[in-house]
Write a protein that binds this ligand. Structure first.
Ligand code: ARG
Length: 390
């Protein structure tokens, strides 16, 4: 442990929650830092959370900073994810894709402030420690993770918080991580994989059973793999995703309850809400099927999966990540067009698509005058090897 003898500064990735709040006095009292700079990186958390973090951060730390990274998050991370159909075992990677950016912004502050160390509040059980550490360790700053190093029990942590005037209006039952792309809910009874999630944990989505009877069809336009307009209104990424979260959530779209394989190998039970992600990923993949060749699609599936695994592991600085993105970007040069998605009782289904780059030809369709007999020769040798084996 690096208990400091001389005056030292540490920059903490601060969410405003219990764990990171407890980290502030711990960094002073236990680690001997003289100055704790708490940084909240805004990647689209609820405004109340940001406000609360500011209030608590200003009170507890020597200096508090709020960094708005919403636009960068959508432009350089979420759009990249959409192009690569980002999905890990059914998880839309919301938390995973945000961590490297949060860590990067914290490091920037640390450099400006000429700090000695950077810190995060992750425990030693999850993926997030890996995602922060890997970015923090690209610098020569000390890396401190009080929650992981001290492994306080919930009881000890609450007591310590109370002694340091850290209080929350309502007892937080669940551990929630939220940004513009997804909301993750874990902990407490949810850790039992057989426990049914109570409806109260959902905030972005209505229960599909309570969604309106009337379906709604939305129109999304993509340019080079990126969504650029919604219902014929040109929109920037941040408002577009916000609006899709609203409209999708209203129809109960985008709930996931799953067992996930963490990087460390543990299985965990995870619950997510992500209406916009569901809609955009379904629409984007569908458009790719219209404009990319069969060979491109097959190969890209593997690229997308590898991309998603890298992101899940927080390994955005593996050179492979850049190489995969170069391939993905090349394919997206033709992924422009319009997709119609029907939202109905928890489902988001594509009901129509069109593109100037479609590889679809009416000449060979059901009703066309395709010269069918010319397929005879092709068919003659179809399955040839299997016939020999029999
Ligand atoms: N399981 C997800 C991941 O590893 C989400 C973790 C969310 N963290 C939280 N504190 N709720 O990316």
């Amino acid at each position: 442990m690096n208990s400091g003898m001389k005056k030292k500064k540490v920059v903490l990735a601060y969410s405003g929650g219990l764990d990171t709040s407890v980290c502030i006095p711990l960094l002073r009292e236990h680690y001997g830092y003289d100055e704790v700079i708490a940084v909240t990186v805004d990647v689209g958390q609820p405004e109340e959370d940001i406000k609360e973090a500011k209030g608590r951060g200003e009170k507890l730390s020597e200096s508090y900073r709020e960094v708005d990274a919403k636009e960068e998050f959508v432009r350089d991370y979420i759009f990249t994810l959409i192009k690569a159909n980002g999905n890990y075992e059914g998880y839309v990677l919301g938390t995973a894709i945000a961590r490297p950016l949060i860590a990067k912004r914290v490091v920037e502050v640390a450099k400006e402030e000429k700090a000695d160390a950077v810190a995060h509040g992750c425990t030693g059980k999850g993926n997030d420690q890996l995602r922060f550490d890997v970015v923090f360790r690209t610098t020569d700053l000390d890396v401190v993770a009080p929650m992981r190093e001290m492994s306080l029990t919930r009881e000890e942590e609450r007591k310590y918080a109370e002694e340091h005037g850290i209080s929350f209006e309502t007892e937080k039952r669940w551990s929630i991580d939220e940004n513009i792309w997804s909301r993750s809910i874990e902990g407490s009874e949810l850790e039992d994989p057989s426990f049914f999630p109570p409806d109260e944990i959902f905030q972005w989505t209505v229960s599909p059973g309570k969604a309106p009877e009337d379906a709604e069809i939305i129109k999304i336009e993509f340019e080079n793999g990126i969504p650029v307009s919604l219902n014929e209104r040109k929109m920037d990424g941040v408002p577009l995703i916000k609006e899709l979260n609203e409209v999708g959530g209203k129809h109960g779209v985008g709930r996931t309850d799953m067992i996930e394989d963490r990087v460390l190998g543990f299985k965990s039970r995870e619950i997510y809400e992500h209406p916009a992600a569901t809609i955009l990923l379904v629409a984007h993949r569908d458009l790719e099927h219209l404009v990319l060749t069969r060979n491109e699609l097959r190969f890209k599936e593997f690229v997308d999966r590898t991309w998603s695994e890298l992101v899940y592991q927080g390994l955005l600085m593996d050179p492979l990540y850049e190489s995969l993105n170069a391939f993905v970007d090349k394919t997206q040069e033709r992924v422009s067009g319009t997709v119609y998605v029907k939202l109905e009782k928890g489902a988001a289904r594509v009901v129509g698509r069109e593109s100037a780059n479609a590889l679809y030809s009416k000449d060979v369709s059901f009703d066309s005058k395709l010269e069918q007999r010319s397929a005879e020769g092709f068919s003659m040798y179809h399955g040839f090897q299997s016939r020999i084996v029999r």
